[in-house]
Design a protein around this ligand. Structure first.
Ligand SMILES: [Zn+2]
Length: 482
């Protein structure tokens, strides 16, 4: 589906605007009269059970979609207006500057992490179920729509057209302070923000990627899974949500609220979800990892801590000092840890599913290994990349990281086996799967253009960062996003 926002605040910088601006816009443009505000989750059990009749896609009568371009904090706003002349001007002074607890959309998302979903839900919250009607009776396929999906970047562009109307609203009184507080909570739990739209789609549309934060009401009804069956990202003023696995009628459509922490071990994901959203995750991945936890506990936990607290910082220090021996030492230690982990996998007879989940939760170790290889000028190791690729495909298909790893794996295979070998063909199949999961079925020509763009916009900057030009390991590189 590609749904228009009730409010969308954008910034010309690659930086997510603060969530308070969404509350200001809701009040300023009187969008809070929308029926959505009766049913969106606000942290209360009552709102968790609220029901709504989902209407066909389009603006809700009586409400005015508000799309606002603003300057990022610390700028004067001039560049924003110049870059987007069709947008309304920057909003007035915040109405809630001193009267409300500021909303914190995306509270679970650490700074600098891309593509995290901010909406939250209680366990009892009514989710969004696939229906036969929504899929028009077609059998679900990996690239099929969850609901009505924009046909890649171009489809998303069409959908975005629905969301540009100006405010010409009748006069609606401002809500009471108590209601404003609830409004701030609705924003906190339901907004989505990111530092940029899909980079390749923006390049194809000849647009500069914008930081954004918005309230997409239908999207906000989706519940969380640590291995969701959709991928989502913004293009233009639309949120694109695309199925990445077959979704049966009646099955719940899910997204991931976590962003980068999706690749943490399950106990750390649980703690984050509990702290930021107040629920215990019982998704298929958490359930599987929890059931196997006693079998892999020691190595799993110790490896994570070793990478997080010792090896990651040691690598950064060694790279900054240009000490290649120390980098090689970190590389050896990470490899030894991973061998140990695989030994445990064999002993514990973990099913391939669970093993892939655990490997995805160990992604930081692989990321560190790739960074060591790059810093040492050893190039990419196709085998490690393939292991990661399989795991990320399992838990985060269609994500930026999936696309990035697929392209990186393909390049490593071409470097090792040439452009025409049988392995190279298989690797191209992985590239195709990742792109189709994210963008939908595309022509060969469009696939090649997207691959070239994603290599240029994600893979090359990441390689440069890992060679020593800034960025770093542990998912901090510019392209190490989901
Ligand atoms: Zn989970």
């Amino acid at each position: 589906m590609a749904t228009p926002p009730l409010v969308l605040v954008t910034s010309p910088l690659r930086q997510r605007p603060p969530g308070e601006l969404v509350v200001d816009e809701l009040l300023d443009r009187r969008v809070f009269v929308s029926k959505w505000f009766q049913v969106l989750y606000d942290g209360s059990p009552k709102s968790a059970k609220a029901q709504i009749e989902l209407a066909p896609q389009g603006a809700e009568p009586g409400t005015v979609p508000a799309v606002v371009a603003v300057a990022a904090p610390g700028t004067d706003g001039g560049s924003g207006s110049a870059a987007e002349p069709q947008r309304p001007p920057a909003p007035p002074e915040p109405l809630l500057a001193s009267t409300s607890a500021p909303a914190k959309p995306g509270a679970a998302k650490p700074a600098g992490f891309g593509a995290a979903a901010a909406p939250a839900a209680a366990p009892a919250k009514k989710g969004f179920l696939a229906t036969r009607g929504a899929r028009r009776g077609k059998a679900a396929a990996p690239a099929a729509a969850a609901g009505q999906v924009g046909a890649g970047p171009a489809g998303a562009a069409d959908a975005a057209g629905a969301a540009g109307a100006d405010a010409g609203a009748e006069v609606v009184p401002l809500p009471e302070r108590r209601e404003i507080t609830r409004l701030a909570k609705v924003v906190k739990y339901n907004c989505f923000g990111d530092d940029a739209e899909d980079l390749a789609a923006c390049a194809l549309r000849a647009e500069e990627p914008r930081g954004h934060i918005g309230l997409f009401p239908e999207f906000a009804m989706l519940n969380h899974s640590c291995a969701p069956n959709t991928v989502n990202y913004c293009v233009g003023d639309a949120m694109v949500v695309r199925a990445v696995a077959p979704i049966k009628a009646g099955q719940e459509v899910t997204i991931c609220y976590l962003g980068r922490p999706q690749l943490l071990p399950f106990n750390r994901r649980m703690a984050l979800l509990e702290e930021d959203y107040g629920f215990e995750c019982d998704c298929v991945r958490c359930t599987a990892e929890q059931a196997s936890y006693d079998k892999v506990d020691d190595v799993y936990g110790e490896l994570y801590e070793a990478v997080d607290e010792q090896l990651g910082p040691a690598y950064e220090q060694a790279r900054a000092a240009g000490d290649m021996e120390a980098v090689a030492d970190v590389q050896r230690q990470v490899e030894a840890w991973l061998r140990k982990l695989y030994g445990v996998f064999r002993k514990a007879l973990l099913s391939p599913d669970v093993r892939d989940h655990v490997v995805a939760s160990m992604y930081d170790a692989y990321d560190l290994l790739f960074a060591c290889n790059a810093t040492l000028g050893q190039g990419d190791d196709a085998s490690s990349l393939q292991t990661c690729l399989k795991s990320i495909e399992r838990v985060s298909a269609g994500s930026d990281l999936h696309v990035l790893l697929a392209v990186r794996y393909y390049d490593a295979v071409v470097a090792a086996h040439g452009p025409d070998g049988p392995l190279t063909k298989l690797a191209w199949g992985s590239v195709r799967r990742a792109h189709v999961a994210r963008y939908g079925a595309v022509s060969d020509d469009m696939l090649q253009r997207l691959v070239d763009l994603n290599r240029q916009l994600h893979v090359d900057p990441m390689r440069a960062a890992q060679r020593g030009g800034g960025g770093g390991s542990g998912g901090e590189g510019p392209a190490a996003e989901l």
